[in-house]
Structures are given as structure tokens and as C-alpha cells.
Design a protein around this ligand. Sequence first.
Ligand SMILES: Nc1nc2c(ncn2[C@@H]2O[C@H](COP(=O)(O)OP(=O)(O)OP(=O)(O)O)[C@@H](O)[C@H]2O)c(=O)[nH]1
Ligand SMILES: [Mg+2]
Length: 205
Amino acid sequence: MSEIPDYESSHEGYDSRVKIICLGDSAVGKSKLVERFVMNGYQPQQLSTYALTLFKHEYQLNGKKIAIDFWDTAGQERFQSMHTSYYHQAHCCILVFDVTRKVTYKNLPTWYKELRQHRPEIPCLCAANKIDANMAITKTSFNFPKKHGMPFYFVSASDGTNVVKMFRHAIQAAVEYRTSGSDITDLIMEELERMELEETEQTSP
Ligand SMILES: Nc1nc2c(ncn2[C@@H]2O[C@H](COP(=O)(O)OP(=O)(O)OP(=O)(O)O)[C@@H](O)[C@H]2O)c(=O)[nH]1
Ligand SMILES: [Mg+2]
């Protein structure tokens, strides 16, 4: 665990360092979106993420050098719930669904609820992915992001539509969240997490 940076303190030559997470069902394209942005590439293979992948990226934002860690894990873990460390110290979240599979949109509230249990305040964006496979969908209006006041994007990891724009906004939101000072709710949540951990340690045989 020592290789995982502490986002509260480490900058290492950067103006800021942020952690961004992607949530959504398996195969909605979370990994492909990050790959498209970080490597400007897309390999259409079917591999599902089975463990945690950390994509490191550097980005210039308004003349500032920002280090970004994109944390990527598998959506198929939904029914077991994601490990707490996935959410820990995250500064922004992108909720992804697949426009070719309605059920992935229907599951967004479940993902969102879990996110808010861990990170009540961080900015959250919503992405409708795979619009290359269904262009007509861009005429549809989606209620879920509207209801929660989330910025919403029609994207395609496959042809790159809106990918840079969405990630740029995500980075901006993450940096703003980070620099707006330590959020009291977050500090309380972290304290609670620590207490829960200690309690488990004490009660386990
Ligand atoms: N047509 C189309 N296919 C896509 C797009 N993005 C991803 N895919 C395909 O969808 C499948 C799943 O993509 P992944 O990025 O692996 O999905 P994931 O959300 O990371 O899935 P898990 O790691 O299992 O949670 C792959 O076969 C991709 O090639 C897209 O924009 N358009
Ligand atoms: Mg994946």
C-alpha cells in the first residue's frame, strides 16, 4: 500500500494532485474511456478489468501542472460493493452508462448511492458512452443526471467524441474541489472510516 500516494500531502513537483474514479456496470466502457484520454488510443478487445489499474497522467490546466491518478476497477463488483479504498480521497467521479444497454442506465442510482455513502460532496459527472453505436440517442433527454444537477456528456471511447472535453471538466472540478480547502464533511467521513476500522480490528478475534 505504500505506493499509493496520500493525496492530502504529496505533490512532488506538481501544482496539484487529484484522484478521479469511474463507476458503472461492467462493460460500459470505463477502462476504454480512460485509455482513450490518457493514451489517445482504443483497442477494441473484450478484456474486463479484474483488479485495480492505476492510470497516471499529467495535465496542464490554466498554466498549472496537475498530476492525475485515474483509478479503474471492474464494474462487475457492484453486487459485492466496491472496496472502500477505491473511494478514499477521490476528488471527482465519472458515472458511466452504455447507451446500447438500458439496464446500465437503470443501475446508475445504485452506483450513485454507494458513491455518496463514501464521498458525500465530491463533484460527479455523468457519461452516456458508445454513442457511435447509436447516434439517435443523442436526441434523448436523460432525467437522472438532471435530477442530481450533474454535468452530462454523450461520449464515445471508440471514436473519441467529447472524451477530452469531459475529462477536462472532470479534472477542473477535481482541482477546484481540492483547492476549496479541506472539506469538513470529508474530514468527518474519514474519521468515521478510521473509527469503523479500529472497531473491526478490536472486535475481530
Ligand atoms: N461501440 C463502442 N464500444 C465500446 C465503446 N467503449 C467501450 N466499448 C466496448 O465495450 C466493451 C467494454 O469496455 P471496457 O472499457 O472494458 O468496459 P469496463 O466498463 O471497463 O468494464 P469492466 O472493467 O468489466 O467494469 C469493450 O469490448 C469495448 O471495446 C464505445 O465508445 N463504442
Ligand atoms: Mg474496465
